[in-house]
Design a protein around this ligand. Structure first.
Ligand SMILES: *Cc1c(COP(=O)(O)O)cnc(C)c1O
Length: 499
C-alpha cells in the first residue's frame, strides 16, 4: 500500500456512518482507521462493524464514535514480523495497524502480504533441470561422480572461457581446496577482501593461516588497490609476504582486476578469485572467475544459479583441476586397494546435483538479464528518492546485479538503515544489510586491516549505510512494485525523521 492509499484509511471519529461506508468502498482494504482529534488511533472499523451497527441503528444518526467501543489491536514500530503474525493468528484478524510512540497510526500490515513473503534471492529453476535429474535416476548414476559431473565441469569451463573445472560440494570447499593448491600452510598469511561473506575466509583458518584484511574502494565496492598496495608494503617490511590474495567480487560485480593483478604480480603472489557471487559477470569483456590462478563459484541456494548446494573450482592449468578432484575425493591414489599418501576431503559434487547445475547453466544468461532488469526497475521507480545511492557499475563492467544494493546518504546512516529494514520486514519483505566486514567480526579480532585511505574505512561505511533488496530473477512485476511501494514509504519516513 502506498502513502496515499494509507492516508485514505484515516478517518475522524466524527465521520457519519454513510460517509464511512463510502470511504470503505473507495479504499478497498476492508478496514478504516478512526482517529481522535489528536490524530491518535481510536479504533479500527471493519466492514462487519458497519454492517452490525446498521442492523441496530438508523444510519443517518450514526457516526463512527457511536460504534460499540473496543480497544484496537495494534503493534508498535519495533514489533517483529513474528509478533505481528502471532497477533493476527491469535485473534483471527486480517489487518494490524502500526502506531508510533504517540499513538498515531503510521502503517497497516495485512495478513495477505504476510502470506506472500518476498525473498532476497530465491532459487529459480528452468525447464531442463528435471530432465537431467531424471536421467541420473534412470541411468542409476545416483552415486557421487558420473556423467553429469563431467558434463557440468566441461560446460561451465566453456561458458566462462577457462581451461578446466572441478565440481565440489560448496563454494567454501572450493576455496579451501584452492588455498591448499596455492600452498597455504599453517602460519602463512593470506590477504582477503574484508567486505565479503565469511565463506571467503573461513577456509584461511581451516589451513591454519592468518588472514590480513583489505578494504574496498568506493567505485566497485571491491578490493581497494590503494589498500592492497599498503598491505603489500607492510608485508614486505615485515618480511612476510602472503601466500596468496583472495579477491572477492561482490554482489555480481568484478573487482578492478587491471589495478589489482599487477600489484600481486609485482610481489609474485598468486590470486584466488572468489567469484561465488559473480558468475555471469564480465570485466572488460572477460568472464568473471578467470582472472586469478584459481577461481571459485558457488551454487548455493541464494546464488544466481544453484544446485541447491555446490561449488566449482576453475583454473587454466589442467593439473590444478586434476589435483582439486583428487583432494576432493579423499586424496585417493590410483590403486584398486585405496592407497593414501596425503590428507584428503570428501568434497565432490554428486551426479544428481550436477544434473541440476547443467540445467541451470542453460538459463544463466537469462538470469543475468532478469536480475539486471530487477535492478533497472528499482532504479527507475525510485529515481526521485534523494537519499539513495545505488552500487556503482563502472564503465567496462557488466555486473549481474546478483543483489540490488544501495547506500543511504546522509548522517546517522546505521540507525536509519535499521529503521528502513524493519519497515520492510514487517511487510514480509526480506532485505538485508550489506555484508558486515570481516575486520569487524569477533571471529577475526586482531587481524591486520588496511583501509582504502588512512582515514577512510570504506567497507565499514558501506556496511553501515548499505541495504540489499530482494533481487531474485523470479520476482514478479507485482512483487517488485510492492518492494518499491514499501521502500518509498520507509524512505519518506526516513526523510521526515532526519529533517
Ligand atoms: C556464497 C559465498 C561463498 C561460499 O559459497 P557456499 O557455496 O555457500 O559455500 C563464498 N564467498 C562468497 C563471497 C559468497 O557469497
Amino acid at each position: 500500500m502506498n502513502a496515499e492509499q494509507f492516508r485514505q484509511l484515516l478517518v475522524p471519529l466524527s465521520l457519519p456512518w454513510v460517509q464511512a461506508a463510502a470511504r470503505m468502498d473507495e479504499a478497498a482494504q476492508g478496514i478504516l482507521l478512526a482517529v481522535d482529534d489528536k490524530g491518535s488511533l481510536a479504533r479500527t472499523v471493519t466492514d462487519g462493524d458497519l454492517r452490525r451497527a446498521l442492523l441496530q441503528h438508523s444510519p443517518d444518526t450514526l457516526t463512527l464514535a457511536a460504534l460499540p467501543s473496543r480497544a484496537p489491536l495494534v503493534v508498535g514500530e519495533t514489533a517483529t514480523l513474528a509478533e505481528v503474525q502471532q497477533l493476527l493468528g491469535r485473534h483471527g484478524i486480517s489487518h494490524v495497524p502500526v502506531i508510533d510512540a504517540g499513538g498515531k497510526p503510521i502503517d497497516l500490515i495485512t495478513s495477505r502480504e504476510l502470506s506472500q513473503r518476498i525473498w532476497l534471492s530465491s532459487p529459480h529453476l528452468g525447464e531442463e533441470e528435471t530432465a537431467f535429474v531424471e536421467d541420473a535416476f534412470r541411468t542409476n548414476w545416483i552415486a557421487p561422480l558420473g556423467p553429469h559431473v563431467d558434463g557440468f565441469e566441461r560446460e561451465l569451463a566453456a561458458y566462462a572461457g577457462i581451461g578446466h573445472a572441478a565440481a565440489v560440494s560448496s563454494g567454501t570447499a572450493a576455496i579451501h581446496l584452492a588455498l591448499l593448491l596455492l600452498g597455504v600452510k599453517p602460519g602463512d598469511t593470506v590477504f582477503c577482501s574484508s567486505l565479503t561473506f565469511v565463506g571467503s575466509c573461513n577456509p584461511i583458518l581451516y589451513c591454519g593461516a592468518q588472514p590480513v584484511f583489505v578494504d574496498s574502494e568506493p567505485e566497485t565496492w571491491n578490493m581497494s588497490p590503494a589498500a592492497l598496495e599498503r598491505a603489500f608494503e607492510w608485508a614486505k617490511r615485515e618480511g612476510r609476504l602472503p601466500r596468496c590474495v583472495v579477491i572477492v567480487n561482490l554482489y555480481g560485480q568484478s573487482a578492478d582486476m587491471d589495478a589489482l593483478l599487477p600489484l600481486c604480480e609485482r610481489y609474485g603472489v598468486a590470486v584466488l578469485e572468489d567469484a561465488a557471487e559473480s558468475l555471469g559477470a564480465h570485466y572488460k569483456g572477460k568472464a568473471s572467475g578467470g582472472f586469478g590462478r584459481i577461481g571459485v563459484y558457488s551454487f548455493n541456494g541464494n546464488k544466481i544459479i544453484t544446485t541447491s548446494g555446490g561449488g566449482m573450482l576453475v583454473a587454466d592449468d589442467a593439473a590444478v583441476a586434476e589435483r582439486a578432484r583428487k583432494l576432493a575425493t579423499q586424496a585417493r591414489e590410483p590403486a584398486a586397494h585405496y592407497e593414501h599418501v596425503e590428507v584428503g576431503f570428501n568434497y565432490r559434487m554428486s551426479n544428481v546435483l550436477a544434473g541440476i547445475g547443467r540445467g541451470q547453466l542453460r538459463v544463466l544468461e537469462q538470469r543475468v538479464a532478469q536480475r539486471r532488469q530487477v535492478f533497472d526497475t528499482y532504479r527507475k521507480e525510485l529515481a526521485d528518492q534523494p537519499q539513495l545511492a545505488w552500487m556503482p557499475e563502472p564503465e567496462g563492467y557488466r555486473s549481474t546485479r546478483w543483489l540490488t544494493c544501495f547506500t543511504l546518504q546522509g548522517k546517522g546512516a546505521g540507525a536509519r538503515r535499521d529503521l528502513v529494514l524493519r519497515s520492510l520486514e514487517r511487510h514480509s519483505i526480506e532485505a538485508r544489510p550489506v555484508w558486515k566486514p570481516m575486520h569487524q567480526q569477533p571471529l577475526f579480532r586482531g587481524a591486520p586491516y588496511f583501509s582504502h585511505t588512512t582515514e577512510g574505512d570504506v567497507s565499514a561505511s558501506l556496511f553501515e549505510a548499505g541495504i540489499c533488496l530482494p533481487s531474485g530473477s523470479n520476482l514478479t512485476p507485482e512483487q517488485q512494485a510492492r518492494v518499491v511501494e514499501q521502500l518509498r514509504r520507509a524512505l519518506a519516513e526516513d526523510r521526515r525523521a532526519t529533517a
